[in-house]
Design a protein around this ligand. Structure first.
Ligand SMILES: *Cc1c(COP(=O)(O)O)cnc(C)c1O
Length: 360
């Protein structure tokens, strides 16, 4: 079978389109601010591979403390955090339980299978979450012909689940169930600080039941790259071996770690503004006839165009011609994402552009 070529339209680079005025495509599209760049310029650096970069060491110490874990390792991306955590927790043939909408299933190039040789079994549940009953129903008899079920993975917040926040009681319940079954637990905390800010639950308390957890510094925290994976000292030792093997071991990476430290100091509390902007955007969109809008819990706003007669792709293309960028996440599902490079004043014009596109 001949497969269609992979298509990805870079939202900024198509010169036939007007410049983007309001970029709600993703919270990954932020640019490092002048003050962040200044912190990067001033970073003290060394050779990370030799444990010698003071800025990376400081970031890892700070993240381990924030998460209440023994140790941490700096990695270039969140995807590498997920994959190294899976490589560290699992052996070939193991089965991972995760929500069926999980990033590790849909958006990491088949990494769990390609790298760790692990299979991911998708659990169902509303808004990217599931309960202990769903885990119970997925548990296999321990027989020679069953795959060992060794890891439970959760996303906080759940991206495809609508930027939803796992309530602490449900989270602890599923993590406890996994541990009782002898499984390890992993949290994809790409947007963990959004969950922390939205719920008021401190990070360490939220991830207490996780054997591994990571935070992305490029999702709304404004850094150009970087993510930090945390866990026990033994887990991080093993993760470091994978970092080295995969070519993720850096040299003067402190230039980038300085941006992450800057983000921790300046860009966490302000996530509340992104959440307020998302709420205002959703309220504006909810007034548009036949548009089904999910109530946002954090900075991601999902809406469904099915009732309007336009597909998500059609709507995204017509608003893009008016300088608004949103992302298409399904035939009729659109995602708009708030972040530190959009303002409260951008929300009403964004709603108006979408309303106008749906009127035409
Ligand atoms: C973006 C994202 C990732 C991957 O992070 P990168 O830094 O882009 O590799 C993983 N999980 C979730 C839920 C994400 O949103």
């Amino acid at each position: 079978m001949i497969q269609a070529p992979l298509v990805y339209a870079p939202p900024r680079l198509d010169r036939s389109l007007p410049p983007i005025r309001i970029n709600l495509f993703s919270d990954t599209q932020t640019r490092p601010s002048p003050a962040m760049k200044d912190a990067m310029m001033r970073a003290e650096v060394g050779d990370e591979q030799n444990g010698d970069d003071p800025t990376i060491e400081a970031l890892c110490d700070r993240m381990a403390a924030l998460m209440g874990k023994e140790a941490a390792v700096f990695l270039p991306t969140g995807t590498m955090c997920n994959q190294i955590a899976i490589l560290t927790h699992c052996r070939p043939g193991d089965e991972i339980l995760a929500h069926e909408s999980a990033h590790i299933i849909a958006n990491e190039g088949g990494g769990p299978g390609a790298l760790a040789g692990a299979v991911v079994w998708g659990l169902r549940g509303a808004r990217g979450m599931f309960d202990s009953q769903a885990i119970g129903a997925a548990l296999r008899e321990r027989r020679r012909n069953s795959p060992p079920q060794t890891l439970l993975a959760v996303e906080q917040t759940s991206n495809a689940g609508g930027g939803s926040v796992w309530p602490l009681s449900l989270l602890n319940d599923v993590l406890g169930t996994a541990h009782a079954e002898g499984m390890k637990t992993h949290m994809d905390g790409a947007r963990l600080m959004n969950a922390v800010v939205a719920s008021g639950v401190p990070a360490a308390q939220m991830v207490d039941g996780c054997d591994s957890v990571w935070l992305d510094f490029t999702k709304g925290l404004g850094a150009p790259l970087g993510a930090v994976l945390c866990g026990s000292a033994a887990f991080i030792d093993e993760a470091w071996r994978w970092k080295q093997r995969l070519g993720g071991s850096l040299r003067q990476g402190g230039v980038c770690a300085a941006a992450c430290l800057y983000a921790l100091d300046h860009n966490v509390d302000r996530l509340a503004e992104d959440h307020a902007n998302a709420k205002a955007l959703a309220e504006g969109l909810a007034a548009i006839p036949r548009l089904a809008v999910e109530t946002p819990e954090t900075n991601l706003v999902f809406f469904d165009t099915r009732g309007t007669g336009q597909t998500a792709t059609e709507l995204a293309a017509s608003v893009r011609r008016e300088g608004l960028s949103v992302s298409v996440v399904g035939a009729y599902r659109v995602r708009a994402c708030t972040h530190l490079d959009v303002t409260a004043a951008d929300m009403a014009p964004a709603v108006e552009i979408i309303a106008a596109a749906l009127r035409s």
